[in-house]
Design a binder for this molecule. Sequence first.
Ligand code: C2E
Ligand code: CA
Ligand code: CA
Length: 634
Amino acid sequence: MKRNENHAPSPMKEMARVKLAGFGVALLISGLVLLVYQAISLRSALTADATVQADMVADNVSASVLFDDVRTAQETLHSLRNVPYIESAGIYTKNGKRFAAYERPGLSRHARFEASPANVERANGRFLFDDVFVASSITQNGKTLGSVVVVATTTQMAAELLHFAVFILAASLCALWIAFVITSRMSARIAQAEKKLEYLASTDPLTGLPNRRAFYDALTERLQRGAQGCARAALILVDLDDFKNVNDTLGHGAGDELLKHVAVALKQSVRVADLVSRIGGDEFAVLVAIAKEKAEGIRTAERIARALARPFDLPRASIVASASVGVSVYPDDAADVAALVSSADIALYAAKSTGKNAAVEFHSNMTVEARRRARLETELRKAIDEDALSLAYQPQFSCRTGRIIGVEALARWVHPIDGEISPIEFVPVAEDSELIVALGQWVLRRACRDAARWNAQPGVALHVAVNVSARQLRQTEYSEDVIAILADSGLSPHLLELELTESQLMANMTAGVEAMRQLRAAGVRLSLDDFGTGYSSLSYLQSFPVNNLKIDRAFVKPLPQAGQPIVTAIISMAHSFGIGVVAEGVEDAAQLAWLTDAGCDIVQGYLMGRPMPFERITDLLRNESEYEDSEPLI
Ligand code: C2E
Ligand code: CA
Ligand code: CA
C-alpha cells in the first residue's frame, strides 16, 4: 500500500525548519544589538581618550597662554600628530579668540565644523560616526585662561566596528550551520521514527500486511476516488474455517505459521495492485479493482477459495486451511463503505453456512436471512442456558429380530415466538460459533441420562445414538468430556453410539481419527452418518474405526425400484470391513423388505417410528417386554 502519496513534508520537519529560521533571525537581532552596543562603547572610549589628550594639552599650554607664547603653544599642539585619531585641535582664549591651531597633515576632507568651543556642543552626539568634539579648560591657579578643543575622527572606530561585525557574522553563520546540522540530523531521526510509528500503526506485525485500520482507510479512499479509475471494486472477505482448531491442537506457533502462509497465498492469488490485508485473527480482506463485469468479483473470490483449499506445509504438520469467502461489489451491491463491508460480511456468513470452503456472492435477499441467523444464534444461546431445548428419540430396529435396539437422539427447539425450529436450521448456526460445543454437551448429557433410565429397567439393552459435529470432535478434551458424562450418567459406554459425518471427518482427519480411537478404546461405539453424501469413498472406511455406517436417506428413497446396485455395494463393502449397516429414512414397507433381504442390519425411519419424546420410547420398551413372545415390532 502506498502511504504519504503526496510527499508532503512531515509536520515535524516543517517545525524544525521554522525553528531554524527563528534561530537565524534571533542571531541577526542579537548581532545588531551587539554592534550598536560596541559602537557606543567605542565612541565613548574615543571621547574619553580625546578628553585625556585635551586635558594634557590644556595643562601643558596654560603657561604659554598666560604669557602669550603662541609658538610654544603651537609646538605643544603639534605633539598631537602622534595620536592618530586626532584630526584637529585649537586653543582659544577666554574671550573666544583662536590662540593656536593644529590640523593633521594630509587631512583631505574638511571637517564640517571647526575645532572651536562654539562647535563642541553643536557637533557632538548627532550621529554615532560623526567626529567627536571635546573641550578642556586651561586654568592657572584656579583662573580660567581659555580652552582647548580636540576633534577626534571615528574612522578607526568604524574600521574596528567593521572587524567586529565581520566576526559576529562569521560566528553567527557558524552557529547557524551547527544548528542546521543538528536539526537536520534530528529531523531525519524524527522522520525515521514517524515512519516506523506509521508502519506499526498500519501494519499487522505477523504477516506484514496492512491491518484493519489501514485497510478501511484505503477502502474509503479508493471508493472516493471512484474505485481507482475502474468502474467497480470488489470487497472480498476471507475467514479461515476452523482456525481455532489449529491453534488448539497444534499450538499458537503453528497457527501463526499458517496465517503467514495464508497471507502469502492470498497475495499470490491477486494482482499486485489489489490490496490484501489482515483485518482480524483469522480474517483477511482483499480489495480488487474490477475492470469490466461484476462477475470478476466472484471469480476472484473463487480463485482465492481454491488457493487456500490446499495443504500448507507447517514445520510439524501439513494443514488444509480451507476458507469461507464472501464478496460484494461496489457500486452494484452497495453505494458506500459501510454498506459494502456489511454486504460482504453477509455473503461471508452465507458462505460459512453453506458448509464452508466456499465463495459466495452477495445477493440482496441475503440480508433478511443473515439477520435471522444472527437472531437465532443469540436466542439459541439463551435456550441452551435456560435448558429450553428438548430431545426427540427415533427408534432403530434390528432387521434380523425386528426388535428395537436403539434410538437416535435428535435435538428439538420450540421457540417462544417462532414455534418449532428445525435442527437443520439451528445446528448449522451453532456450528458456526462455539455454541455447538455447549449444545453438543447438553444433548449428550441429556441423552445419556435418559438412556441410563431406560437401561435401568430389567432386560433392556438399548443404545442411544448422539449426533456429533466436527467442531466438537476437535475440542482437545472431547473424549475426556464424553467419558466423564458417561460416568456421571451411569450409562455403560458400549450403549452410547456417536454419529459423525464423513465429510466432517475428512475435513480434518488426523485430529478426528485420534479422538475416535480414544473413544473406541473407552468402549464407545461410533457410526458414520449420512454415508454416501460426503466424499463417498468406500476405501476410506478402512481409516475410520467405526462400528456402523448409516446409508443416507437419499440412497434409500429410490428403493426398491432404483439404486439397488449402489446400496448392495455399500452393504457388502461395509460387511467385508466388519462394519454394520443402518439404513435411515425408511418410509415404506417395500423399502424395508428389500433392505432386510439385502442384508442391512438396522433400519430407522418414519415407517417404524418418527422421532418421539422420552415417555413414548419408555412405553415402547414396556410394550415390547410385555409381549416378549409375541410378534416383533417390524
Ligand atoms: P440426521 O442425523 O441425518 O438425522 C436424521 C434426520 O432424518 C432427522 O431429522 C429425522 O427426523 C429425519 N428422518 C428420520 N426418518 C425419516 C424418514 O423416514 N423420512 C424423512 N424424510 N426424514 C426422516 P431432524 O431431526 O430434523 O434432524 C436433522 C439433522 O439435524 C440431523 O440429521 C442431524 O444432522 C442434525 N441434528 C439433529 N440433532 C442434532 C444434535 O443433537 N447434534 C447435532 N450435531 N446435529 C443434530
Ligand atoms: Ca444422525
Ligand atoms: Ca443421517
